[in-house]
Write a protein that binds this ligand. Structure first.
Ligand code: F6P
Length: 549
């Protein structure tokens, strides 16, 4: 039977709760000491990608119970429903088909009887034609110059994906193309980019699914004015393109629909970098590389769709997240890529996870009584070892970590990469093993500390360990590996949403603040009488108005 809500009341959940009580008494050190095969037992390889999840507080029984939980939620059918174009986004009555965007086998996918692959392929072809024309200087600016500054104007999913991917694939970028991203409504974001570029050689890509997002439209208007002031109104068609689902709004903004690259409402914003939203990636690294990224994502899609749960990387990744969060009560996760090119991956995944699964109403329309999405934060290693890692090692609550590391660097200089790799491996081991008070005391004594010093310092120098982590290793960060990695996390988020019984594809939570900002704006500008606010907000409006006079 598939439960519609109240997953925490299910037999599978209760079994896990009882099992967790026993697991809480075990330390991972003991689990490793008892079983030499633990690493191979709890790791999965897909092509060059290795997913090692052995450093979790799990046994074979845990995994069997977690898989039972997934099955009891009807996960298999839900996965098929997503891939086949069913309207699984129930609050917006939409299909969820980012997988169709990278359906490299080109098998038909139907929405309302229409094979969406036809229009997906048309847009991919249009992206290839345009990106190559820009890269090879055939599509020129108004004054005949090559367009070498590409400015993506977008926010959220219309910014984070392209920005992250262009950074991750920097080694593949055309040398003569500079890519910029303007997202924040803060005028500084616009000003800083406009100060660096020349209108004659700049292409603005206005990326907005809805074409109504205030930040994007405000930034786009500012950039349009800047361009028109320099080159005149006729220059717009050579310097502005739009990526959107909303042709009407694109027209109203003053961009010719000929210069628009379409996508569709079955592509969620935070799942959109595979669509026309990826145009800046295609221009920066070339359409062949963009398609290799789609190939990598497709390989992960096929693995997710066709592999039994016990060997299915996204499914296991999701279940471990639920195990740590709902059963051990660990409400945050760190994502730490040990690769400078992946430095923007945590910000990207933050939107993916927190916007998708930060929900409190079930698919059955009830307020949920268990925890759903967790906090995700992170940054590149080794930098973050010198910031938040102290808390991972000696804080009062464990924080599960995903470590990501390529075996080979694009910049093999001296010993840099080996030092980097030794650090990521050491962190995982240290977080798992820890150091007992006894071990700390013995070390201090061996260093010649007095008995008093040893007694005083031994607790400060101890580490609880038993902190869960996953390690994801692949050969090298290339377009294909990036595609695999991102698709892996997308599917993790989907599986968790299914188990928590939430709609992972809407984002109503971003609306209330937006509405209130719309009301506050005229009050701040002195164009409207002050509305009804709490005393704190009223006082802040007054104070800022006085400072701005
Ligand atoms: O923050 C809400 C949100 O709708 C995101 O989901 C989306 O990625 C972002 O705003 C941008 O939306 P749009 O592409 O429609 O401008």
């Amino acid at each position: 039977m598939i439960l519609k809500s109240g997953v925490n009341k299910s037999r599978a959940w209760k079994k896990l709760e009882r099992h967790c009580k026993k697991m809480k008494k075990l330390h991972m050190r003991e689990l490793f000491e008892k079983d030499n095969n633990r690493a191979s037992k709890f790791s999965i390889q897909l092509e060059s990608l290795l997913f090692d999840y052995s450093k979790n507080r799990i046994t074979e029984k845990t995994m069997a119970y977690l898989i039972d939980l997934a099955k009891s939620r009807g996960l298999e059918d839900k996965i098929k429903a997503m891939f086949s174009g069913e309207r699984i986004n129930i609050t917006e009555n939409r299909a969820v088909l980012h997988t169709a965007l990278r359906n490299r086998a080109n098998t038909p996918v139907y929405v309302d009887g229409e094979n969406v692959m036809v229009k997906i392929n048309e847009v991919l072809a249009k992206m290839r034609k345009f990106s190559e024309a820009v890269r090879f200087g055939e599509f020129k600016g108004h004054t005949g110059k090559k367009l070498t500054n590409i400015v993506n104007i977008g926010i959220g999913g219309s910014d984070l994906g392209p920005k992250m991917a262009v950074e991750a694939l920097k080694k593949y970028k055309a040398k003569d193309i500079n890519t910029y991203f303007i997202s924040n409504i803060d005028g500084t974001a616009c000003a800083e980019v406009l100060n660096k570029i020349d209108p004659e050689t700049t292409l603005f890509i206005v990326a907005s699914k809805t074409f109504t997002t205030v930040e994007t439209l405000t930034n786009a208007k500012t950039c349009r004015k800047w361009l028109v002031d320099a080159l005149g109104e006729h220059a717009v068609s050579k310097h502005f393109v739009a990526l959107s689902t909303n042709t009407q709004k694109v027209k109203e903004f003053g961009i010719d629909p000929e210069n628009m690259f379409e996508f569709w409402d079955f592509v969620g914003g935070r799942y959109s970098m595979w669509s026309a939203i990826g145009l800046s990636i295609a221009i920066a690294v070339g359409m062949d590389n963009f398609e290799k990224m789609l190939d990598g994502a497709y390989a992960m899609d096929m693995h997710f769709l066709h592999t039994d749960f016990a060997h299915n990387i996204p499914v296991i990744l999701a279940l471990l997240g639920i195990w740590n969060s709902n059963f051990f009560g660990l409400r945050s996760n760190a994502l730490v890529p040990y690769d400078q090119y992946l430095s923007l991956i945590p910000a990207y995944m933050q939107q993916l996870e927190m916007e998708s699964n930060g929900k409190f109403v079930s698919m059955g329309n009830d307020f949920i009584k268990y925890n759903t999405g967790t906090v995700l934060f992170g940054g590149p290693g080794t930098d973050v070892q010198h910031s938040f890692f102290q808390m991972l090692h000696q804080g009062t609550t464990p924080i599960p970590v995903d470590f990501i590391i390529p075996a080979i660097s694009h910049n093999e200089i001296g010993e840099h990469h080996e030092i980097l790799v030794s650090n990521v491996l050491a962190q995982g081991e240290a977080l798992m093993r820890g150091k007992t008070v006894k071990e700390a005391a013995a070390e201090l004594a061996a260093k010649g500390k007095s008995k008093e010093e040893v007694n005083f310092l031994k607790k400060f120098k101890s580490f609880p360990g038993n902190n869960p982590s996953n390690t994801i290793v692949f050969k090298k960060i290339d377009p294909y590996a990036l595609g695999m990695l991102v698709a892996m996390y997308e599917h993790k988020v989907f599986v968790q949403g299914v188990i928590w019984d939430i709609d992972s594809f809407d984002q109503f939570g971003v609306e209330l603040g937006k509405e209130m900002a719309t009301n506050i704006l005229p009050e701040l500008q002195g164009n409207a009488a002050e509305g009804r606010h709490d005393s704190s907000t009223s006082a802040l409006i007054g104070y800022i108005r006085r400072l701005r006079k």
